[in-house]
Design a protein. Sequence first.
Length: 108
Amino acid sequence: MDTSAPAPRVNGELMSRFAGKKVLLVGKTEGSDGSTVTLRTSDDKVVTVTLAADSPAITTAFVEFEGICNGEGSLTEVSHVDFGDEFDMYTYNELAKESNGRSAALFM
């Protein structure tokens, strides 16, 4: 597990490129059972986030997770930040694609 490099911003589709790496993922919460959260990503994928044992309660609809990517559709939380109940998912999705595409050098 590599946690030394800056964490790239990803969407659901990009997660498969970062297995075993630390990433930042923003999404809309769709449910929780106390140990996991179901998250709808900016590109309309569903990701299961395994919460850290000491994770504080999620209190808003949109959340940014920092975590270790387990491949497509799965993330293990390191930390999270509540992003409020309104968030521009389209713009975030464009940022995730651009920061991992032709403009990647600007973000690392």
